[in-house]
Design a binder for this molecule. Structure first.
Ligand SMILES: [Zn+2]
Length: 177
């Protein structure tokens, strides 16, 4: 028996409320997949006859409030990474170092703008360009929460050049000969 539309809709609203987009139509499999990937649950194929129970369990856990702190944390994270300040900063960082992983040197992978000191350890540096570097997705996963600065002298000189350009662009006056 298929999972009722009402239950799917409930699960769908929970997911969209935390900023998760369920791809495709309101169908059981995409909803289950979204639950698994969003809540870091094992990605497994749930047999047809267990899908209803799976959605029920999810709704029950949600109703208990067990997911509240996770959901709050995720909302804060989404708000940060979609803020105009972050998006503008990220563009600048990629412009300074190029579309290149400073850890492994690759140029053809997905590039992340990484916090050298994590946002958790140094929230005050979350929007500080000196605390940001470009690394690929794989290197970012390996680095995880550790504080590693992959920038060499060459990259620090690029950063310095960026600061000089900013100072020139924003200087309050300049000499006229
Ligand atoms: Zn890399």
């Amino acid at each position: 028996m298929p999972v009722s539309k009402k239950k799917l809709l409930k699960a769908y609203f929970i997911l969209s409320n935390i900023g998760m987009k369920v791809p495709g139509k309101l169908e059981t499999e995409p909803v289950i997949k979204a639950i698994q990937s969003e809540f870091h649950l094992p990605i497994v194929q749930v047999p047809d006859n267990e899908q209803e129970q799976y959605i029920d369990d999810f709704l029950e856990i949600y109703a208990e409030g067990s997911l509240d702190s996770y959901i709050e944390e995720r909302k804060t994270r989404v708000a940060f990474y979609t803020s105009p300040e972050w998006l503008a900063l990220k563009k600048k960082v990629v412009k300074i170092y190029g579309h290149r992983c400073l850890a492994c040197g690759c140029e053809d992978k997905e590039i992340h703008c990484d916090h050298i000191f994590s946002k958790v350890s140094r929230p005050d540096l979350a929007l500080d360009i000196r605390n940001l570097q470009t690394i690929c997705r794989d290197c970012n996963l390996l680095k995880s929460g550790k504080s590693i600065d992959y920038r060499d002298k060459e990259e620090l000189m690029l950063l310095q050049a960026y600061f000089i350009d900013e100072m020139i662009a924003n200087r309050p006056y300049k000499y006229e000969e």
